[in-house]
Design a protein around this ligand. Structure first.
Ligand SMILES: [Zn+2]
Length: 305
């Protein structure tokens, strides 16, 4: 598939406390491994534009947006929650992280590309309408989903394979039956969301220690039938690679081949359903070596689709 790699140098400017795992080097780990893999030249490299405040307000409450803007410090760091901070340049990263998804939607709907990977930070899937948490400020993916809906897309599937539950995305689309949200995650584990399921909400908790076989079983038994029945016109992926065996952030045992297999399944179902395309966002993934290898496996499956 024609696949875009969307990022921006400003996404490196968001810095939190020293030794924080959600660090600028994560983006370098992905870019370096892409270059080394040789698939870099198969990608269409695009620069993320700035999302407008109006676009961010498609999913976030204005009072919350104003609160974040007001908290951007002139110097030093400002704490948002126990594990998320803002620095003087954070908004420069935030607006590009959200803008990457806006560009991806425009490019896919214009049929210029079939898939996009948004290599951006800060991540987004723990942010809901009015709360930043878990390293996330605004929900980049949710903003892009809401933007796609303003462009006439009527049915959207969001699949989230980060080791942590995508609680922010769930909160935003819980009552919106035009969005099918499927999230797998280690449980019990942060953010310890109460498990809830309905027609367009599929939560698939996994015990610590689960591996690629467990991933395959739940995707084949729960997710693919639901996606087929829902027949989305666009598929979004919250691509968090912190469920990797080598990533100490969580206790799942996925490896690169599992991320490749998962992505292939999404590519195949999107092609069976004649979807417009697949738009993926970097969420977690903190062990730099396995992050780079896993993101490359994921992107390779998009290109080969
Ligand atoms: Zn995570």
């Amino acid at each position: 598939m024609r696949t875009a790699f969307i990022t921006h140098p400003n996404c490196r400017k968001h810095k939190m406390i020293d030794e924080h795992p959600e660090c600028p080097a994560r983006l370098d780990a992905i870019s370096d491994r892409l270059l080394a893999s040789g698939i870099d030249i198969s990608l269409e490299h695009k620069s993320a534009p700035k999302a407008s405040l109006e676009q961010i307000a498609l999913v976030h409450e204005q009072t919350f947006i104003d609160e974040v803007l007001a908290k951007i410090p002139a110097e030093g760091l400002q704490e948002l929650d126990g594990d998320t901070w803002l620095c003087p340049d954070s908004f420069k990263a935030i607006e590009r992280a959200a803008g990457a998804g806006i560009l991806a939607v425009d490019e896919v709907l214009a049929k210029h590309i079939d898939a996009a990977f948004c290599s951006v930070r800060p991540p987004g899937h723990h942010a809901n309408q009015d709360t930043a948490s878990g390293f996330c400020v605004f929900n980049n993916l949710a903003i892009a989903v809401a933007y796609a809906k303003t462009k006439g897309v009527q049915r959207i599937a969001v699949v989230d394979f980060d080791v942590h539950h995508g609680n922010g995305t769930q909160d935003i689309f819980r009552d919106d039956h035009s969005v099918l949200f499927c999230s797998l995650f280690q449980y019990p584990f942060y953010p310890n969301t109460a498990i809830e399921n309905h027609q367009t909400l599929i939560n698939s908790p996994l015990d610590a220690g689960c591996d690629g076989q467990d991933l395959r079983a739940l995707v084949e038994q729960q997710w693919l039938p639901a996606i087929e029945a829902f027949a989305p016109q666009l598929i979004f992926i919250s691509a968090g690679f912190d469920g990797h065996l080598e990533d100490d952030m969580g206790g799942l045992k996925f490896v690169e081949q599992d991320y490749h297999w998962f992505t292939e399944q999404m590519v195949m179902v999107s092609q069976r359903l004649d979807c417009n395309g697949i738009i993926s966002f970097l969420e977690g993934g903190y062990d730099l070596s396995s992050l780079g290898r896993s993101a490359v496996a994921h992107i390779k499956a998009l290109i080969q689709g």
